[in-house]
Each structure stands twice: as C-alpha cells, then as structure tokens.
Write a protein that binds this ligand. Structure first.
Ligand SMILES: C[S@@+](CC[C@H](N)C(=O)[O-])C[C@H]1O[C@@H](n2cnc3c(N)ncnc32)[C@H](O)[C@@H]1O
Length: 261
C-alpha cells in the first residue's frame, strides 16, 4: 500500500464502505442537485468511484472529477462508461492542493467528509486556498464533515465492529468487513483499521487483509476560520443535508462558501 494514496488499496471495499455509511444516502441527492444546477464548470474533489458524479451526469451535469488514486479513477471511468455517461465526466489524477483546471470553476464540491484527508490544519488551509484560486469570481465551494463528539469517540475508541457482509469483487467470495478506529484527540486524527476476511459456506475463514488509513476532523469554528483566512464569504452552514440550519447538537456541518465576485 502506498502511504500517499491509500485508496488504491481501499478500492475493492469502497462500495461496502460507502454503502454501510448511512450519510451516503443523504449526501448523494444533495450533491447531485448542486452539480446539476452549476452554471459553469463543476468539480468534485475526491470523485472516487463516481458514486455521486455518475448520478449527476445521468441527471445532465458535466463533472470534472479530481482524485489522487489511479485505481479509484479507473473504477470511476469504467462505471461511467457502463452507465453510458463516460462523455459527461472529465477525470484528473491530481491532489486537492494542486489540481489545475483549464477554465475557472463555477462550483467545487468536496463530499463525504473528504476534507478530512487533509490531515493537518495547514493541509486543509492549503486545500481551501488552492480551491479558491481555481474558482471564478462568484464561484462556490461546498463541503461537509461530521461534527466530532468526544464522548461518542471515547465510547467507541479501539472497539472492533462488523461494518458489513459483502461479496469481494476480486475473489467473488463472501466476506466480512471489520473496522476499528483509534482516536488521537490532541491532533484531531483517527487511525482506521479495516480488516476484510473471506468466509466459506461452512463458516471457515480464509484470506484476511488489513487496510489502514489516517483521517482527521475539524470543528465548525475551525472550518469557519480557515474559510475566512483564505478569502471566502460564508453563505450558509447547515447541520443536515435537508438544509436545516446548524445547531449545537447537529451531527454534520455543511458549508457553502463563495469567492467574492
Ligand atoms: C471518501 S472518498 C469519497 C468519494 C466520493 N466523493 C464519494 O462521495 O463517494 C475520498 C476520495 O478522495 C480521494 N483523495 C483522498 N485524498 C486525496 C488528495 N489529497 N487528493 C486527491 N484525492 C484524494 C481518495 O482517493 C478517494 O477516492
């Protein structure tokens, strides 16, 4: 596994990973609607296997998808072609902090907590500043993250739980996916261990594979500060994908920020 591109290794379990995260049902229509409504170039950072971009393309959007994982991009390309929307997607292999567009974007989205892949505050600031450069005046950035809850995190810290039962796309074998998360409260990081294990019809376990990933979180106040420091005007902060305003007990933070015209 490459440390720089952990998703090359995670691609075979991405469907079960996303499919067992309840938030993906709510974030999908939210981002599809925005990508379709964009009046100009629309970019998804961390396009992954095209879970969102392909639906948006079906609904009429043209999407530029940026991702650093060539394996995820290849999955996206094949899925888009199979879905008959290959021509609506432009895929760029690049980092969130250095992608280059031919034309400034009207909209950049960073769905499904993916800003958390920027592990330090400096990484996150560099990412937001770079997106700002790639937006046209009046262009918008939309991103989301979960709201970190220290009590909940202490409760699950280090526990292993069954995330899903699935058929491995490479071996076609029944498999289990176990996940353990360890929290680094000081540095706002999570170390995620995902263990996949094949199971035969008699219940005997076979090949096991361990995948690791570091991830990070940010508080709404930190996100607000980073956006203001990098020049954005914050248009809205929602606490849910149904556009409910953010409240103290919200579990999600969804920012829409604008580059001044
Ligand atoms: C959680 S997945 C999200 C995929 C898709 N947006 C979705 O909602 O299903 C995050 C994606 O971001 C990509 N990624 C992570 N860090 C990145 C970086 N620094 N630059 C570009 N892509 C990155 C990963 O390769 C992965 O495909």
């Amino acid at each position: 596994m490459s440390d720089d591109v952990p998703y090359d290794d995670w691609a075979p379990i991405y469907d079960v990973w996303a499919g067992t995260a309840p938030i993906t049902k709510r974030n999908l229509p939210f981002y599809v609607e925005r990508l379709v409504a964009a009046e100009g170039p629309a970019v998804e950072l961390g396009v992954g296997n095209g879970r969102i971009a392909i639906q948006a393309a079906h609904a009429g959007a043209s999407v530029i998808g940026v991702d650093s994982s060539s394996v995820m991009l290849s999955l996206c390309r094949h899925r888009a072609r199979d879905a008959g929307v290959g021509g609506k997607l432009t895929l760029l292999k690049a980092d969130f902090r250095s992608f280059q567009l031919e034309e400034p974007a009207a909209l950049v989205v960073i769905p499904f907590h993916s800003i958390g892949h920027m592990l330090t505050m400096d990484d996150k600031r560099d990412c937001l500043a770079h997106v700002y450069e790639q937006l046209r005046p009046g262009g918008r950035l939309v991103f989301d993250h979960f709201v970190f809850n220290a009590d909940r995190a202490r409760h699950v810290d280090g526990l292993t739980r069954l995330r899903g039962e699935y058929v491995d796309p490479d071996s076609s074998r029944d498999s289990l996916l176990w996940v353990t998360v360890r929290f680094d409260f000081r540095d706002q990081r999570m170390h995620i261990l995902a263990i996949s294990e094949e199971v035969d019809p008699l219940g005997q376990t076979g090949a096991r594979r361990v995948r690791r990933m570091d991830f990070s979180w940010l508080d709404p106040d930190q996100a607000r500060t980073l956006l203001e420091e990098t020049g954005y005007e914050i248009e809205s902060l929602w606490g849910c994908f149904d556009e409910t305003p953010f409240k103290d007990d919200s579990r999600e933070q969804i920012f829409t920020a604008r580059k001044p015209a």
